[in-house]
Design a protein around this ligand. Sequence first.
Ligand SMILES: C[C@](O)(C(=O)O)[C@H](CC(=O)O)C(=O)O
Length: 403
Amino acid sequence: MGCTPSGQTTPSEAITPPNGIEGVVNIARSDKSGSVLGTESPRFLSNVEPPFKPLIKPLEELVDVPRKPLKDTAAPQNRVRETETPTIETNPTTTVQIRAPLAYDASAPASTRLRHMIKNLDHILVCPGVYDGLSARIALSVGFEGMYMTGAGTNASRLGMADLGIAHLHDMKTNAEMIANLKPDGPPVIADMDTGYGGPMVIDRSLQQYHLAGVAGFHIEDQVMQKRCGHLQGKEVVDIDTYISRIRACVAAAKRLRSDIVIIARTDALQSRGYDECITRLRRARDEGADMGILEGFSSKAQARQAVKDLAPWPLCLNSVENGVSPLISVDEAQDMGFRVIIFSFASLAPAYTAIKNTFEWLKDFGVTGSAVSPKTIFNVCGLQDLMVIDERAGGNSFKKGV
Ligand SMILES: C[C@](O)(C(=O)O)[C@H](CC(=O)O)C(=O)O
């Protein structure tokens, strides 16, 4: 690591922040909403601006906007699923088959807003993977329209464990609940539900817990209970009937709870059973009432494009795991292929690993961290401004002497 040839360094002159730290600084300063991220002087109520810019376009911008056509989407053949509340389509060539309200309602639950976004946004919904409060806060401050709570990240951050199905319902639900409630009227949170954590009775409870936690959508997969990350080798899947019973349990629970939670059926069968079996599984899941699909671990871009065609107009979500088993597919490419949502599972976990490791090595070698980030920068990202407003409005005096 960098050090002067003599090894005679001082923090102020010779030590530069290690790789990764600079990026964190830039993220903190890139907030365009007018908040004071990255500075040392938070403002008080009179001149506090909203810490977050509106993340969702206002109604008038969403309704009747011409959507970018989902290219090459084949005409549906025996694929139209009965929906409880069919929506009126304005442009049949760009139909996205998901039950959704016609009008956007900013005060609706996140799940209802997510449905509307999947159906009506004129672009793909981009959800960075977040795994804890800070990564979620950073996603909010940068201004994404959605977020994805990664199971891999939850295992790693809450349990210090690899993504091998160690985290269970309680771990996943409490993490998702915290993240979804940082800004309940903000970007909807899609969360990993792995295998559902048991048979139909447990899955029923899992859906209920996610629904009550404010999770807007989740994916449930067909791996065996002792699952592993979709980008590892040696995955095993359950038979199709067991998989479909998982989906049925979700659909029934959502109906009973009158929940709009978006049910995303994921299949991990590509590795062991091949592409055609994946399409069969996803079609069955769709026919049982799943709202959306994920085919995990595409082996080529052509295969990803084909899956969208084969399942259209049912919407698909792309799980982009950089350095995983699939080729890297950018947001623009995924949109062009016709995906409606893209999640970047490792978007915060991987850079956090790099930054923390580099910093710890720097600390070990040089006795300082080399970080350029002040505590207040982190606190501002984590809602300091909002808390000051709450206190001042209530007549509290927590900040009379500054902060
Ligand atoms: C999407 C995923 O379920 C996750 O937990 O983020 C993982 C990501 C990963 O571990 O690579 C998966 O793809 O299985």
